[in-house]
Write a protein that binds this ligand. Structure first.
Ligand code: FAD
Length: 398
């Protein structure tokens, strides 16, 4: 494990390593980050710069979302969205197309306007939105080089309130899917594939119509106390609910920095598929409910807006994400993934790059129209294959 503190050290380490990967905050559930040599950028100075004229924010790549919040508040700016937790590094999240939810919200990588990378020759390259190959470089799966600096879009700071509704029926979900996902700026449906859906979390910007969320959501009832997405768990690690307005950064993630996110002991998988197939795909997963339930902690259904990033799970079309937080029962989960992936074939489901899945490169290839261009980019920037690992060969490059 290398711990460079300057970009020159990163250049030297990368240029001399036969095989290397950069680690983010290590929240991925598969072997995407594995290599014989690893680099953490945590010792690099953070150098956060807000450019108010350009509405951007730049920083060195090891930073976690939660670590940016104080600087952003002091500067009066915010990001467009966050994942369920603020604990992850921005570079790692961007590399795997990590997302939150919202009809009009692209994944977190869509906020990137510029990247600095150290390629396997040790050369530094800088690329900005609109330049050739930019759309291929952002969701890079760690395969293109060490991302050392990132620039993101920012917007004026805003407040969000979140409300939780309990017991949404399947009929209501299917009949009113679009009305439910448009009920807030970011909406998540938590289910354990039982009689009803456990919870719907509706996060609204305070400037949105104040009472749009109301006290009832198609028969689901507003919770009277704060909830954890896994109903039995204590809600202390969760961001405040009950419609209390608060900073975007303390409402958009489900979990608070400083606490263990989710249940802490778990595996995760997620499939993103074109929104037009959303209901059919959810119904297909529901038919596997009996097999899923014994190994599941909770599922989350979210929506992500289309983007143009070549390796993004939302490339080209608005998507629905069907996520599984599994109990740590690896063999049973792997068996279930075979069934799930087979049930989701008709819906062109793309697995989340940072979570567990089976699909190999032959299955993945037809799902990504720009994959040939991405492979050319990998070959051009890393001709000696220093950033290539077994996971990448098995699932992406073939
Ligand atoms: C509790 C929990 C909740 C989660 N919630 C969500 C969610 O709401 N939405 C969602 O989409 N995902 C979610 N995830 C998945 C998570 O966002 C992704 O796995 C993400 O990639 C983790 O980022 P990381 O910094 O830990 O990256 P790592 O796991 O450390 O690395 C991921 C990849 O990024 C590469 N990488 C990291 N830094 C760099 C760099 N500087 N340069 C080049 N490559 C780099 C690595 O090489 C690797 O290929 C969750 C995970 C957990 C554990």
């Amino acid at each position: 494990m290398h711990r460079p503190s300057t970009i020159e050290q990163v250049q030297e380490i990368v240029a001399n390593a036969p095989s290397v990967r950069v680690l983010g905050s290590r929240h991925s559930f598969n072997d995407i980050a594995d290599s014989s040599e690893l680099i953490t950028l945590e010792a690099m100075p953070t150098e956060v710069v807000v450019d108010h004229a350009a509405n951007t924010l730049s920083f060195n790549a090891a930073l976690k979302y939660g670590e940016l919040v104080n600087t952003l508040s002091a500067e009066g700016v915010a990001l467009h969205n966050l994942a369920s937790l603020p604990h992850i590094s921005i570079a790692g999240a961007v590399a795997t197309a990590t997302h939150g939810s919202g009809d009009t919200n692209g994944n977190l990588a869509t906020a990137v306007t510029g990247l600095q990378l150290v390629t396997s020759s040790g050369e530094i390259i800088e690329v900005s939105r609109g330049e050739p190959d930019f759309d291929g470089l952002v969701v890079g799966l760690g395969a293109l080089g060490a991302v050392t600096r990132i620039t993101l879009d920012v917007e004026p700071v805003y407040e969000v309130r979140q409300r939780v509704f309990e017991g949404l029926s399947w009929e209501a979900l299917f009949e009113h899917f679009d009305e439910i996902t448009s009920r807030g700026y970011s909406v998540s449906i938590f289910t354990r594939w039982g009689e009803t859906n456990d919870q719907v979390w509706v996060k609204s910007r305070v400037t949105d119509e104040a009472e749009r969320a109301g006290s009832d959501l198609f028969g689901a009832v507003a919770a009277a106390v704060d909830r954890h997405p896994i109903l039995e768990l204590d809600a202390t690690p969760c961001t405040p609910q009950l419609g209390r307005p608060g900073p975007w950064s303390d409402r958009l993630p489900h979990f608070r920095m400083g606490f263990t996110p989710s249940s802490g002991e778990e595996l995760q998988s997620e499939y993103l598929l074109p929104r037009r197939y959303g209901i059919e795909a959810i119904e297909a997963v529901r038919t596997l409910g009996e097999g899923i339930q014994p190994i599941l902690q909770v599922s989350e259904i979210r929506v992500v807006a289309a983007d143009r990033l070549w390796m993004s799970m939302s490339y080209g079309e608005d998507t629905v994400g069907i996520h599984f937080t599994w109990k740590p029962k690896r063999a049973a989960v792997e068996d279930m993934l075979v069934q799930l992936e087979s049930a989701l074939v008709p819906f062109a489901a793309r697995p989340h790059w940072g979570k567990l899945f089976n699909a190999d490169a032959a299955v993945i290839a037809p799902l990504y129209e720009r994959l040939p261009d991405f492979i050319r980019l990998v070959e051009r920037l890393d001709p000696r294959g220093a950033f290539c690992n077994s996971w990448l060969k098995a699932h992406v490059l073939g």
